[in-house]
Design a protein around this ligand. Structure first.
Ligand code: SF4
Length: 354
């Protein structure tokens, strides 16, 4: 069986999990092509105008799935850890994007709620396995493999391996010549990602993975930054550190993504080897509207240069380049002692059409 998997939203943080699960069940996942103008156009036609860019891109990818798939997989990620929820737009999936699914293509879905504990997730995946004609035992083994793959992926990212490189590793699964993940995979990607001796400035790029690594959607921000700076990401920060950096909040954050963005962002805001923090956000994101401001306050307290880049489908490349260059110039002046300004800035881009 071939199941379509859109290269959007949950692809960017949980694809290895699903690759492990479906591989163990003998089902091939076929991922939609990389985002391009046509994919975005399809998404804009199908999705609601009011929704955020990542959901519009998801709609475009659903409408661009390979024609030989027999079904599409759209999980509902309710919660990825205890005591928090995903944002309401994610909770509303898959129903809110059903109009984008090609006519006649069945949708396979499952509710993943880590808030209720591992036993609950296992139960949900056993039920999903049953729908796919597999036994409980097979589904349980598939769950174990899914967790292992996700663990390997997260370890790869924490140790500094790039997103594309790590994902290629997992996208090879399921193909006849796919090598899969070796048992020795975990922990064998050592290497620290922060040192003091770099000549290039170190910039922390904080944002949702489905924006940070979506190169068409973010106007190739990563490659522009990589040419001029050493980059570190939210995924390089361990969960325990994230929790540690949120200990002083008067009330715990309710949204899983906001929690990760703020905790990781704060760890970089106080890190002496990080020269500046860029928060990558998108118009219409409710959780970002709060966390980007909370992080701005923390960055200001620690005199860390900080910039918010807000994207939507109208954002233009020239606008991004101008803002990034100005930010890096300011950091350079600060580094060589020409300026003692904190470098705090917050505004949106989007004035130049694509
Ligand atoms: S967290 Fe923000 S960007 Fe992500 S789906 Fe929700 S509203 Fe959109």
């Amino acid at each position: 069986m071939k199941i379509g998997f859109p290269r959007a939203m949950f692809y960017y943080d949980t694809f290895p999990f699903w690759a492990g699960y479906f591989e163990a069940l003998g089902i091939e996942l076929k991922v939609s092509p990389r985002t391009n103008r046509e994919v975005l156009e399809r998404g804009l036609k199908k999705a609601s105008d009011e929704t955020c860019l990542p959901i519009k891109l998801l709609s475009g990818h659903l409408a661009s799935l390979p024609s030989d798939v027999e079904a599409v997989f759209l999980p509902r990620m309710v919660s990825i850890e205890k005591k928090t929820y995903m944002c309401p737009k994610i909770l509303g999936l898959p129903e809110s994007v059903l109009a984008s699914v090609p006519e006649g293509l069945p949708v396979i879905s499952v509710d993943i709620n880590w808030r209720e504990g591992k036993a609950q997730v296992q139960k949900a995946l056993e039920k999903l396995g049953e729908q796919l004609g597999k036994s409980k035992g097979e589904a349980r083994r598939a769950f174990a493999k899914a967790q292992k793959y996700q663990q390997v992926y997260e370890e790869m990212r924490r140790s500094g391996q790039g997103f594309e490189e790590s994902m290629r590793y997992f996208e090879g699964l399921g193909k006849p010549d796919g090598k899969g993940v070796s048992d020795a995979g975990l922990g064998s990607y050592g290497g620290s990602h922060l040192t003091s001796s770099e000549r290039l400035p170190t910039i922390a790029l904080i944002g949702h993975p489905y924006l940070t690594y979506e190169s068409y959607g973010n106007l190739n921000l990563l490659s522009k930054l990589k040419a001029k700076a050493k980059l570190v990401f939210m995924e390089n920060v361990e969960q325990v550190q994230i929790e540690d950096h949120l200990k002083d909040l008067r009330k715990p954050l309710f949204w899983s993504q906001g929690k990760r963005l703020l905790g990781a962002g704060h760890s970089y805001a106080i890190n002496q080897y990080v020269d500046g923090v860029i928060y990558l956000s998108c118009f219409g994101c409710g959780t970002d509207s709060m966390t980007q401001d909370m992080l701005a306050r923390r960055a200001r307290t620690h005199h860390k240069p900080y910039m918010v880049l807000t994207l939507d489908e109208h954002s233009g490349e020239a606008g991004v380049i101008t803002r990034v260059e100005a930010f890096l110039d300011m950091i350079e002046r600060k580094r060589i002692g020409l300026s003692n300004k904190s470098g705090y800035s917050s505004s949106s881009i989007g004035e130049i059409n694509r």
